[in-house]
Design a protein around this ligand. Structure first.
Ligand SMILES: O=C[C@H](O)[C@H](O)[C@H](O)COP(=O)(O)O
Length: 267
């Protein structure tokens, strides 16, 4: 059984100073969250080179990247790009944008993946999957030589789960309530822990692209202790397919700030 141990990571200035990549904005002007997402996505698109196999992320930040990638292909700046989509939603978007697609089966080595995240901790560990796409994302991003995370500054946290929002776990639908009980048992000593099945607008179980269910785990003070141990324990539960903690996977983080500056972190 896990000894409860407080998450001790802090966010006190974990970031180096950054170049201002946007024209100077008066102090009173601040970017909206959507603008920050676009700024990060556009900068990350510059990391893609012609002829690359590119993992295409999922979510609102990744959508800006897909639009930019398509734009760069259309104006001839990038040629020979092959995209590997991390969700059905992204697949549709990329097809509409005119990006040629393939699969991991045909292209098992991905040059670069670019995707958003729900949280980034000071060691660049991530929470992903609040949009439900964590399994395909983890497969494709795990097969990538470079995995660039694009976020706005609101996504930076001291501890994973520390924003008070969920850490998702993808499970098989069969006996889902039993799997939920096992997850609750795993964290029974964790003060303020709770878990529940994700439901859709009709109060039916939310289904992932793989027809699985999602359990949302909530940690009042963030996930504590050794994250790799927490990961292993979850993955050992029969019924659990994957979880949304992406540990030691990101090679770069491109983070846009409200003042228009960008911080680029490299591992
Ligand atoms: O399942 C969703 C993905 O992991 C997203 O990358 C993540 O939720 C971040 O999404 P957004 O860019 O919309 O905040």
């Amino acid at each position: 059984m896990r000894t409860p141990m407080a998450c001790t990571q802090t966010l006190s200035n974990p970031l180096p100073s950054s170049p201002h990549l946007l024209p100077h904005k008066p102090d009173s002007i601040q970017l909206t969250q959507e603008e920050m997402k676009r700024v990060a996505a556009y900068r990350a698109a510059d990391m893609v080179g012609s002829g690359m196999v590119v993992g295409l992320g999922t979510g609102s930040t990744a959508a800006h990247f897909i639009d930019r990638l398509a734009e760069l292909m259309l104006n001839g700046s990038l040629t020979g790009i092959i995209g590997i989509p991390t969700s059905l939603q992204t697949e549709k978007h990329a097809i509409k944008a005119g990006i040629p697609l393939s699969t991991l089966d045909s292209h098992p080595i991905v040059d670069i993946s670019i995707d958003g995240a729900d949280e980034v901790d000071p060691k660049y560990n991530l929470v992903k999957g609040r949009g439900g796409s964590l399994f395909r994302e983890k497969m494709i991003e795990g097969a990538s030589r470079k995995f660039v995370v694009i976020v706005d500054e609101t996504k930076m946290v001291g501890c994973l789960g520390g924003s008070g929002l969920s850490v998702p776990v993808e499970i098989v639908p069969f006996s889902w309530n039993y799997t939920l009980l096992k997850i609750q048992k795993l964290f029974e000593n964790e003060i303020g822990f709770s878990a529940r099945l994700r439901v859709d607008q009709d109060n039916k179980p939310f289904k992932t692209d793989n027809e699985n269910y999602i359990i949302e785990m909530f940690f009042e003070k963030g996930v504590s202790g050794d994250l790799n141990e927490v990961s292993d324990k979850l993955l050992r539960l029969t019924g659990v397919i994957e979880h949304g903690m992406f540990l030691n996977m990101a090679t770069n983080v491109v983070m846009a700030k409200k003042d228009g500056s960008l911080v680029i972190l490299n591992k």
